[in-house]
Design a protein around this ligand. Sequence first.
Ligand SMILES: O=C(COP(=O)(O)O)[C@H](O)[C@H](O)COP(=O)(O)O
Length: 325
Amino acid sequence: MVSDASDVAPVVQSTADDIAEMRIRGAATIADAAAEALATQAELSDASSPAAFRSQMHAAAKTVYETRPTAVSLPNALRYVLREMDGDTVDELRSSTIAGAEAFRRNLERAQTTLGEIGANRLRDGDVVMTHCHSTDALACIEAALEAGKHIEAIVRETRPRNQGHITARQLREWGVPVTLIVDNAARRYLNDADHVLVGADSIAADGSVINKIGTSGLAVNARERGVPVMVAAQTIKLHPDTLTGHTVAIETRDETEVLTPSERNEITPHESDDELTVENPAFDVTPPRHVDAIVTERGQFPPESIVTLMRELFGETTRDPWET
Ligand SMILES: O=C(COP(=O)(O)O)[C@H](O)[C@H](O)COP(=O)(O)O
């Protein structure tokens, strides 16, 4: 049973709002915030019985889950923490949930560091990397390469409409990496100067398809044509277990105002009643496995077609919602 939203702590609701409004964004960061939110809910719960506690936790998980649909790290995080919730009293349930959330967050950090070290092996001294969006997993590979003393340069796509490329550029400049920032449409021209395309993932499907920020698939197609290898940095919490049984990954579409402000719309069509100007704003796309050279995880690097083996080993087959553990 899932209790209603009034049982959810305001701070959990505010985390959910931050995810929905993208003040908290990026698949790994969202997973971390989701686990933290469940720990906070457990801490603040005033439940008078174990059943009431469980039901509050499920309501909190549902509130966070219903924010953005594409990054599977979110349900994977909720599932992990709720599975750790164990005990016969409210106090036992509370402490096991908090411990579960803390373990999840520690593992997340450790996995990213390990993944970074593995990914850095693909980067040679002097390499130029082209990035898209802002991915902490992808940046972990560059950071580890820099720590190993390699000189790395970056061509950073700005990533319309939200310009997450600016966050990537800022981080890389903090690390002293020379950055060339380009508009997304210039990528094909600059691929001639790149040794790798390096992106993250929001979800990886069982067939090795990579779901990541809109524009990734076109970049990968162009990279393949230019002979530039495409490397995807993705911790195993990005593996989407539901795709093992044929489910597809929901692609989030966001508000048109991210693409066209109301005043820009008004310049194009001053007639308020004009509903024939449609703006589409999908946030993610699907890159088929044939355009990806390697998926780098904390468990090693894999050709995309073989990721299914790891997915089965880690998740088994589940199509249940996180609160139906
Ligand atoms: O597509 C995005 C972010 O999209 P948005 O900005 O819409 O959330 C990132 O590439 C992945 O989430 C991986 O990020 P990380 O490696 O940090 O998990």
